[in-house]
Design a protein around this ligand. Structure first.
Ligand SMILES: Nc1ncnc2c1ncn2[C@@H]1O[C@H](COP(=O)(O)OP(=O)(O)OP(=O)(O)O)[C@@H](O)[C@H]1O
Ligand SMILES: [Mg+2]
Length: 457
């Protein structure tokens, strides 16, 4: 049974939690402040820590930081009588799983404890079976080789299981919808619906009734009762994409829906409860819209309790090859994997990708359409990529020189150097890759993985 450590300087809370959790069969240990808890964490194994924030002399935030460092596998839930958004957010940024405001309801507490334990368990399993994967893929379908994207995925892991509203920002085509889907499928609501709504595509006059539904006769053309998207997303996640296009008068209704978890249909009289998690995305800078007065400040803060920013693809060149391979695999549907020229890789890494990942996906589809003999060569790429490459002569040697080049990460440089060395060894062995692999002390499969273009000749 899971082992839980509770740290609180209030003896009543300690004994209350002790009783509740023991009754559920958990193995519980108590600490009367952060210092005691720290010592116990050093000497014993725990699955979960429940800690008060305000404690003397070692407080909950300090204990949280130490636990994350010392025992990263231990989930942490914060208890707070000071349920301000800022302390909660700060604690979650430091890696707390969730927070529980005091006073709490017993079943809510137990549900959070269970979620935290399930989450820690699935994390441990995921880490275990991800270890042997070549390309890092999070949540089964998010490619993340670059530090920037790995951070995004780590953030998703932390935030998904909580109830918090999340704002996803990023240029067009960076993967905002993909992130929203991951937030849903990694949450306790995964079995419920995921409903994406493009607020920008709905006519202003219809947004309100689309979101909240309407009753028969509410306006001309309302011939029957309509279920709104909030209601349709019950028990799941509503993804409000392009939230910046929501008209001002609907913004206040949306704010109320999020704050009170209650909605009223257009033309309806009664309010009813809705249980949905909101994830929003914007393709415009919402803060600027707030300053300008076209987006409500209170709604903005409600929506962005936690925000996840996806960097543009040009800032994460380490993802380009991995994404290209991911899209090729997707298109080939298990057919024979095509060979990619080294030149193609250099061209892909040089390009600035104004349309981000979606543009890369289109380029791969284009290449596969024009490919001959299962080879992706320069000729199969759209001409704008070639033009941009030829206009930038330094890019042409960039892959192998040791000179500093903006946008060339250490990883990209090392990968290019590694390729050069592998090819030298193969040549020295007269093209015998089995021998080359032996000399290199790696398996033949690893050699092919590092040099996919050598795989068939
Ligand atoms: N890291 C990634 N790994 C795998 N696929 C990705 C990744 N990022 C984006 N994609 C894919 O790229 C395409 C564009 O992503 P998505 O639609 O989520 O972008 P978006 O930010 O919502 O774009 P827009 O602002 O135009 O709505 C999708 O097909 C998505 O699956
Ligand atoms: Mg989108």
């Amino acid at each position: 049974m899971a082992k839980i450590l509770i740290a609180d300087d209030d003896p009543t809370i300690l004994s209350l939690l002790n009783k509740i959790l023991i009754a559920k069969g958990y193995d519980v240990k108590l600490a009367e402040h952060g210092g005691v808890a720290e010592k116990m964490l050093q000497s014993e194994q725990f699955d979960l820590l429940i800690s008060d924030i305000k404690m003397e002399p070692v407080d909950g935030m300090q204990l949280l930081k130490k636990t994350r460092k010392m025992r990263p596998q231990v989930g942490v839930i914060m208890l707070t009588a000071y349920a301000t958004v800022s302390t909660a957010v700060e604690a979650m940024k430091e890696g707390a799983f969730d927070y529980i405001p005091k006073p709490f309801k017993i079943d809510e507490l137990l549900a959070t404890v269970k979620r935290a334990l399930d989450y820690q368990r699935s994390l441990a399993e995921q880490i275990g079976d991800q270890a042997h994967l070549e390309t890092k893929k999070y949540f089964g379908n998010i490619v993340a080789e670059s530090e920037g994207m790995v951070n995004v995925c780590e953030m998703i892991k932390r935030v998904a299981p909580t109830k918090t509203t999340v704002m996803v920002t990023g240029e067009s085509g960076t993967g905002k919808e993909l992130v929203a889907e991951a937030l849903h499928s990694y949450s306790a609501r995964a079995e419920g619906p995921f409903i994406p709504v493009n607020c920008g595509a709905l006519p202003e006059t219809l947004i309100e009734s689309e979101l909240f539904g309407h009753v028969k006769g509410a306006f001309t053309g309302a011939n029957a009762n309509k279920v709104g998207l909030f209601e349709a997303a019950k028990g799941g996640t509503l993804f409000l994409d392009e939230i910046n296009s929501i008209p001002h008068q609907v913004q206040s209704k949306l704010l109320r829906a999020i704050q009170n978890k209650k909605i009223r249909k257009v033309g309806g009289t009664e309010e009813f409860e809705v249980d949905v998690r909101i994830v929003a995305a914007s393709n415009q800078n919402l803060e600027a819209l707030v300053k300008e007065g076209s987006f409500r400040e209170d709604l903005f803060y409600r929506l962005s309790v936690i925000s996840i920013e996806i960097p543009p693809l040009s800032q994460r060149p380490d993802d380009v090859l991995a994404l290209a391979q991911h899209f090729i695999a997707q298109e080939m549907e298990g057919g024979e994997f095509p060979v990619m020229d080294n030149a193609v890789l250099a061209i892909l890494q040089n390009y600035i990708w104004p349309g981000n990942v979606r543009e890369l996906q289109n380029v791969i589809q284009h290449s596969l359409t024009f490919m001959k003999d299962n080879k992706i060569t320069k000729e199969t790429l759209p001409s704008k990529l070639i033009v941009s490459y030829e206009e930038n002569p330094s890019a042409q040697n960039a892959a192998l020189t040791g000179e500093f080049e903006r946008g060339k990460s250490l990883k990209a440089f090392l990968r290019a150097k590694e390729k050069e060395y592998l090819k030298n060894v193969i040549n020295t062995m007269g093209g015998d890759k089995v021998k080359a692999a032996q000399e290199l002390d790696i398996s033949l499969a690893t050699l092919y993985r590092k040099l996919p273009e050598e795989k068939k000749d």
